[in-house]
Write a protein that binds this ligand. Structure first.
Ligand SMILES: [Zn+2]
Length: 339
């Protein structure tokens, strides 16, 4: 158990801090019947009981839209269906978890002892090229959109697609970014090509996040961000959610551990200070376990690692969750007015 292996002072800090994870794929595991998130499981990475053990107060639950789904309905219909099917979970777990549509709702949920769930979509192909779907999804509570997944789509190029059909962000993608600014949807640039990343930052009037990415200086891999991208995120007042996925953390993934997550966070702090990095586990988005951070219950290991490196309590609190709340506040500020 986490609470027997970490110093008491670290646990006091960790459990009193607001901890927010910017990306997991666990909701689909529930909706597709592979696991019930209300019950502790040994499989996968995350469920509500393990979130409690790990001190996680807020979680972005991504609806990943498989671009290759062999189903008759479209991508947007898949999102709508998933949102509807998830409704049963939120109702059944209402005493424990609440879907939050704003930072104010987030704080209310936490104040009443409940975990805040934030709904996200991974893959802008979910819009099917129709920006009205942004308004539709927003109306149903979606607050984060990952612009691309491993496929390029109508909005932008993916960093996994070397054909680069748009050479960055498309004209429709620019309009989508502006509409997300107007609505107050958090723009997520993880998975975008480098050019699309910079195009989005150049277009967005609000901070953006890279919800689950690593660092290219640590592991030379297209899904990871260069130091220039980290500096651009900082200039945008945005945030990198440090990923826990072993393959992104070091060349020899068998050697990867929680120490690599802490080292990555430390690198961002050295580069741009402690205001532009947070947590982006990608739990249940990969197989296997990261040593020392095997599942959501082990999250105090990150606080322990930062404390061991001499990070002051205020910085650790920022990294654990306050940075994301600040970004979300800025994304929501004065929505409905011209930006
Ligand atoms: Zn992803």
């Amino acid at each position: 158990m986490a609470d027997t292996t970490f110093p008491k002072s670290v646990l006091q800090l960790h459990y009193s801090a607001t901890c927010i994870d910017l990306h997991c794929d666990s909701l689909l595991a529930h909706v597709e019947g592979r696991r019930d998130l209300r019950h502790r499981s040994d499989s996968g990475h995350l469920d509500f009981p393990r979130m409690r053990t790990g001190g996680i107060d807020g979680q972005v639950f991504a609806i990943w839209v498989d671009p290759d789904r062999k189903r008759p309905e479209g991508h947007a219909a898949f999102v709508l269906d998933t949102l509807e099917r998830a409704e049963g979970l939120w109702q059944a777990a209402a005493a424990d978890v609440t879907v939050c549509r704003s930072p104010a709702e987030f704080r209310q949920a936490n104040a009443s002892g409940r975990i805040a769930a934030i709904l996200g979509i991974e893959g802008g192909h979910a819009l099917e090229g129709d920006l009205d779907n942004l308004d539709r999804f927003f109306g149903l509570g979606v607050r984060v959109l990952t612009i691309t997944w491993c496929n390029s789509n109508e909005l932008a190029d993916s960093n996994a697609d070397s054909s680069r059909p748009h050479q960055g962000l498309s004209a429709l993608g620019r309009r989508a970014v502006r509409r997300m600014n107007e609505l107050g949807i958090v723009i997520d640039v993880s998975h975008c090509s480098d050019r699309a990343f910079f195009d989005i930052i150049g277009t967005s009037a609000r901070p953006v996040v890279a919800s689950h990415s690593g660092l290219r200086c640590r592991r030379d891999f297209h899904r990871n961000l260069t130091d220039d991208q980290v500096r651009a995120l900082a200039a945008n007042q945005g945030l990198l959610g440090m990923v826990f996925l072993p393959h992104f953390l070091r060349e020899d993934e068998a050697e990867a551990s929680v120490d690599d997550v802490v080292t990555g966070i430390d690198h961002v702090c050295q580069l741009v200070g402690p205001d532009h990095v947070g947590l982006g586990s990608d739990f249940d988005g990969f197989d296997g376990k990261l040593t020392g951070l095997e599942d959501a219950a082990m999250l105090p290991a990150v606080s322990a690692g930062l404390a061991a490196r001499g990070y002051p309590e205020a910085d650790i609190r920022r990294i654990l969750g306050e940075n994301f709340l600040r970004v979300w506040e800025k994304v929501c500020a004065d929505v409905g007015t011209a930006v």
